[in-house]
Design a protein around this ligand. Sequence first.
Ligand code: SF4
Ligand code: SF4
Length: 375
Amino acid sequence: MSTVHNWQLDRAMEYPYEENRSDRQIAYVFDTNKCIACQTCSVACKTTWTSGKGQEEIFWNNVETKPYGGYPQAWDIKLLQQLDGQKWDGSRYEGKTVFENVPPGERVLGHKPEGDDYAQVNLGEDEVAGELDRGAHYMGTHHMWMFYLARICNHCTFPACVAACPRKAIYKRREDGIVLVDQTRCRGYQACVAACPYKKVFFNAVTRVSEKCIGCFPLIEKGLQPRCVQTCIGKIRLQGFISKPGEAREDNPIDQLVHIKKIALPLYPQYGTEPNVYYVPPVHVPLNFLQQMFGPGVEAAIAAYRNAANDRAALAAMLLFGNSPRITTRYAYTEEETIGYDDAGEEVVRVPLTEPYMVRAAYDARFKAYRYNTP
Ligand code: SF4
Ligand code: SF4
């Protein structure tokens, strides 16, 4: 074991390999408050990459309803039950990670889903937490809650799948941090399937090898965002590159939301893999649930999100979501608009900070007609 620094845990931790961060690290921000569970992302991914034989139950992208949904079933609960402690002291994680709480003879703490766990991709969809009493009626804000969690491979900085593979068949690309399975080396031992805390490596029963999200690298290499990002109806997603800890840039929208404003948080940081999909937490969910899921920064993240209308740097970064198929690595903003740029400094997108709108008169004198759909 080596000692590496995991900034999400605010401490050093054990990992089977030396710390060797890629030159660039792919990263995403997903705003859970905007997801409508239309599953366009899931379908876009599936029709692009996993529509072949043996891939029937493989969803590199899925969207599940929390608290009851999960694909494979209970993927997170089963690991949380095994993890020791999960205690935080401020921003520092005092519990053990999946690399530090390992059973004898294994490399990573994990579990392999059963066949039935993959049977229903959308089990629990739209189920709310709690039950409504008989006779309940509308009384303003109610206490029932649920939210949609869109999930892909996190292209972790310290991938558990890489750590577990006895064949060294999984690797992380130096140029963008995308994690890939070399299927010519894979022998189908499925150590990665058991090890990935997010259950984002899948075993293909026809080809007898493992496979996983490839970050749409053919698009990334052309300066384009992945399919799940480009097609997102709710405009909840932004893909870019996150800077190394301590090197955050004000003009990088991902850095702005993750490192600087801390509006977007990693999913289950306590697992220890330093995942690179960052989530804006839902604003309406009990904090204790969210703290287990996104770590101790949840309350501050929600407060910063609620204040975004008064924080132009944050607002300008969030308005880039879903507004261009191209990767926006830099951005700037004026009083009126936010402007995204690519690596070469070329303008990618320009979005007004305030959506222009018109209020039409209720009576249209030209047609002598009243419009009943206007105030
Ligand atoms: S999410 Fe899972 S499959 Fe993806 S890099 Fe992390 S450990 Fe590997
Ligand atoms: S396409 Fe976007 S809004 Fe629709 S389910 Fe996927 S993440 Fe949510």
